[in-house]
Design a protein around this ligand. Structure first.
Ligand SMILES: [Mn+2]
Length: 239
């Protein structure tokens, strides 16, 4: 419905449905920048990005892309914050400190930052009121001065201006929330498509939690699914 040059996905993208996601994404043929959330097979995202040259997966770092004649640096922070949680879906202070020193060494400024969890007071409204953003992420805002900060996780579609940045929460993607950004005119449109979703949320949540409980490890289930992807790689070629 919309002509665009780049799609940014702010995490909680595929849960465990790697092949379905691959089928959709492989048809896009435009740059896709994605990070993982706390409901994603992160190994699958990595594999998909390796397979499709226009798809870029960032764990904690950045990519430089030329989009419609414009050089853009997009910095990504995957996962959510959790102290001493040994899981690839969480990051700790030490990961942020590592990222900050990498940025300082290379004097990197970012045009766009994408993180699954929003920074504090930056389009971080919670569905039942209050704010759910992470204070530590504001360091990246000071350092990189992004024009746009895109996040998700808190499920409330919102746009707020903070310092030099327009901060955007893209809300609940699978019920149709989306955001269009014109980087040149610095214009943002938030919108919702009304999709026919029948109580999908509870089942999806249940599937995901059940799969993790069964294998007792997110790392293990990610590996299992990612391995099934390589078995099916030949099928992917014919899609
Ligand atoms: Mn999330």
């Amino acid at each position: 419905m919309v002509n665009f040059d780049m799609m940014v996905l702010a995490g909680d993208i595929l849960e465990l449905k790697a092949l379905e996601f691959f089928r959709v994404i492989s048809r896009i043929q435009k740059h896709v920048v994605m990070i993982h959330g706390n409901h994603d097979c992160h190994l699958c995202l990595g594999k998909i990005a390796k397979k499709l040259r226009f798809v870029h997966y960032i764990r904690q770092g950045w990519v430089n892309l030329e989009i419609d004649g414009e050089e853009l640096t997009i910095l990504g922070v995957s996962g959510i914050y959790g102290k001493e949680k040994v899981s690839p879906l969480y990051f700790e202070d030490k990961h942020l400190i590592r990222l900050v020193s990498k940025i300082q060494e290379s004097c990197t400024k970012a045009d766009i930052i994408v993180s699954h969890v929003p920074p504090r007071y930056c389009a971080d409204f919670l569905p039942k009121g209050g704010r759910g953003g992470l204070e530590q992420l504001l360091t990246l805002m000071d350092l990189c001065e992004p024009k746009f900060w895109i996040s998700g996780h808190t499920h409330v579609l919102a746009v707020e201006k903070r310092m030099k940045s327009v901060t955007i929460n893209c809300g609940y993607g699978y019920i149709g929330d989306f955001v269009l950004i014109d980087t040149k005119k610095e214009k943002v449109v938030i919108s919702r498509l009304f999709l026919d979703v029948v109580n999908a949320e509870k089942d999806r949540e249940k599937d995901f939690v059940f799969a993790i409980r069964k294998t007792k490890s997110m790392r293990r289930i990610s590996k299992l699914i990612a391995n099934s992807i390589s078995v099916l790689e030949e099928d992917w070629g014919s899609l």
